[in-house]
Design a protein around this ligand. Structure first.
Ligand SMILES: N[C@H](CCC[C@H](N)C(=O)O)C(=O)O
Length: 294
């Protein structure tokens, strides 16, 4: 039987990015309590709790961390980072423990998180970006990842081309455009997400640089499709724009679901993401959801 059967969950969102938070730390006795890809897909089914990402808190593995967090996309794939999901986890933990600062561990490393700068805002240190072609990863060498050779559409008149690529612990490709709504991202997104240049697939963002302090963007997410917001993509896009010297290192990101503040900190290259996290409701997973899961 799935570790999630009858287990409590919280449905939240991070500026419209649909998040489900599950705290498996209470099943310490059953350390084998693992969430499988099938479990994650069952939860995302229409009979379940449709989401973009499922954030699963497991017992901490390192001294000084609150939990190890596993991140699942709605297609059951695991991700190394989820900015909007992290803010939802942070809110949930702070409301239950009264803390105002905490460190979590994910596959991508340690994430320091705190409340602020305003009472309804949460800041997550998403760590340092990576730019090396093997870090993204890409299937072949590109020495300058500020623009790589990738395009969709007619070879002599491509619709989208020359993206920047960045890893925030998950792979991102950012196409620079004049109008993020002028492209059929539901058509181009999956083509690019699954392009062979991305051996681990990629999150695909269209971004328009409004001025040195503002960027608008829209993302087709790896493993989740078109979402109203993607926090790690906002981090990747802000860093890629600053790397091109087209924006400052502190920018406001406007996504379909809302705004995020991003700072690419000078002293240690870490990316700080600030935004809200909304609680919607809580419940327990119906065991019938997992009946077909082995
Ligand atoms: N789809 C992403 C994970 C979730 C990212 C996004 N929801 C965020 O807020 O960072 C991936 O597979 O890398």
């Amino acid at each position: 039987m799935s570790a999630l059967a009858n287990h409590a969950f919280a449905k939240m969102n991070g500026i419209g990015n649909e998040i489900v938070v599950v705290d498996l730390r209470d099943s310490m006795g059953n350390l084998a309590a693992q969430v499988t890809a099938e479990d994650a897909r069952a939860v995302a089914s229409p009979a379940g709790v449709p989401y973009d990402q499922l954030m699963v808190l497991q017992p901490p593995r390192l001294q000084g961390t609150e939990a190890f967090i596993k991140i699942y996309n709605s297609d059951g794939s695991e991700a190394g980072a989820c900015g909007n999901g992290m803010r939802c986890v942070v809110r949930r933990v702070f409301e239950r423990t009264g803390q105002s600062a905490v460190t979590f561990e994910t596959r991508a490393g340690l994430l320091n998180c705190w409340q602020g700068p305003a009472p309804d805002l949460y800041t997550v240190d998403m760590g340092a970006p990576k730019f090396g072609w093997q870090d993204i990863p890409l299937a072949e060498e590109f020495r300058d990842t500020r623009y790589i050779e990738l395009q969709v559409g007619p070879i002599d008149n491509p619709v989208l081309h020359s993206p920047s690529v960045v890893s925030m612990g998950n792979p991102h490709a950012i196409f620079w455009v004049d109008d993020v709504n002028a492209y059929d991202l539901e058509r181009f997104g999956p083509l690019l997400e699954n392009h062979p240049i991305f051996p681990e697939r990629a999150n695909i963002t269209l971004a328009h640089i409004v001025d040195r302090d503002h960027i608008t963007m829209r993302t087709w997410e790896r493993g989740a499709g078109l979402t109203r917001a993607c926090g790690s993509a906002a981090c990747a896009t802000a860093v890629a724009a600053a790397r091109l010297k087209r924006t400052n290192r502190i920018v406001e990101m406007t996504l379909p679901g809302g705004k995020l503040g991003i700072e690419w900190r000078e002293r240690d290259d870490h990316v700080l993401m600030t935004g809200t996290a909304e609680f919607e409701y809580e419940g327990r997973f119906d065991p019938a959801l997992f009946a077909s899961v082995a």
